[in-house]
Design a protein around this ligand. Sequence first.
Ligand code: FES
Ligand code: MG
Length: 571
Amino acid sequence: MAPYRSSEWFGKTGKMGFLYRSWMKNQGTPDHMFDGRPVIGICNTWSELTPCNGHFRDLAESVKRGVLEAGGFPVEFPIMSLGETLLKPTAMLFRNLASMDTEESIRGNPIDGVVLLTGCDKTTPSTMMGAASVDLPTIVVPGGPMLNGKYKGTDIGSGTAVWKLTDDLKTNKISYNEYLAAEGCMSRSAGHCMTMGTASTMACMVESLGMCLPGSAATPAVDSRKKIMAHMSGRRIVEMVKEDLKISKVLTRAAFENAIKVNAAIGGSSNFVIHLTAIAGRIGVELNLDDFDKLGSKIPLLLNLMPSGKYLMEDFYYAGGLPVIIDQLRKELNMENITVTGKGHGENIAELNTCYNTEVIAPLNEPLIPEAGIAVLKGNLAVNGAVIKPSAASPELMVHTGRAVVFETIEDYHARVDDPELDIDETCVMVLQNVGPVGYPGMPEVGNMILPQKLLEKGITDMVRISDGRMSGTAYGTVVLHVSPEAAIGGALALVKNGDMITLDVPARKIHLEVSDEELALRRAQWVQPAYHTDRGYVSMYQRHVQQADKGADLDFLVGGSGSSVQRDSH
Ligand code: FES
Ligand code: MG
């Protein structure tokens, strides 16, 4: 093997070699670590402000032990960490920024292979996007879900419990003190959301793409085997560098197709669509919105996890985890496409395919829902598409025509939704405008609007809702999301008025505003584009360059990659 790229730093003689090595030695690094061995970057998204990744300093130590054992030189580095719960106005606004941070941190440093430590929703796609644009050997260590939430003798799930308990509080089914007690009961160990929310979806995406060791996705954060996975990933990345097994060899079109099919079978988050599309854009794999419907919508739901079902990630792990799902779908999947192990899924899961609980993972011939994947809707209301997750929706609302009740902004929604005078009933369609990538900005998870109090009190649990935003992967309901083009750039969503009729027809993949083209043209002529939120900083750049949801909401100039070579020295 030719010298690794780190030798362009540590292998130099003279002044530059002195510079590149000397400062590293202040950390107690002996001479022999600079002898040309693979240097492994451990990209750590640890932060106390990203509680889901709060255990990552420990996890990084396990990776380091594995790297050292295999003869590599581990170097841990931080990047911007995105926590889903605290970051305002939404972590999604910064996904592309963190991806730039990851990309430049890898490329600019003496790194031959990368380990990505990922957990909370955006930490996975952002680091994957950045790593893909550099294209070095890369392995992911998914940080693992929290243990099941336990509350008053029942299991409660991250996020899902918040929506449910908030409805209960609003209708006086529980007291405020009970509500408060549930907070600690829901989040009781290290790890990310343990529902099949976006973080679990992303971990399963990583595993189905072949980017982590088999079985990693479902292993709980606090299980000792999570540390073993991290340790073994550290060993493996050193070999991957020696084999020159770059991320682009793993992330082929076949890998993306596998991920789409697996995501359908697990009832994964609608956010999967945006993130997978953005990753594909970075690695140069052709993938469009229609592929998700074509490849995934006929795949049956096998995994019985909240929010679509009953159980949680810990149960999924004990039932056998993702290898069981991959095994059940083997006729649908490409089992040969190379993964980080250097082998295909077929070989990877040969001894991991026993299902230990068919309540949690249903057999293929008795699925929970026969066709579960994300459906892509089109029509005059969403010319470039919108998505709905049928496994989280109500069957009786899948074909529905109703009167639009329009909220122009999220503030407008909050101000009026619980007003007893609001002219709305359960047959109406709730429309929320200006929560797309440009409009909010950052496309927050507000699409699953909580229903008006007066309808909740009537016992109504679901209504058709439409927006250009996203919804939390832990949420549920008949919710049409990611409408493209979004309202803030003049999509038809901006032109909807109170009282317009809207037809949703999921089997026909249609979302239609029952307003004539002439009337729409008139309204369009009167439409005034909302001003950008700011003229400076990252947000200004984001609003001017972000692509629409159907393209993955990446910044236009970040699509593709720049490879790993850097021509000039630093001094
Ligand atoms: Fe971090 Fe859900 S909030 S994974
Ligand atoms: Mg989320």
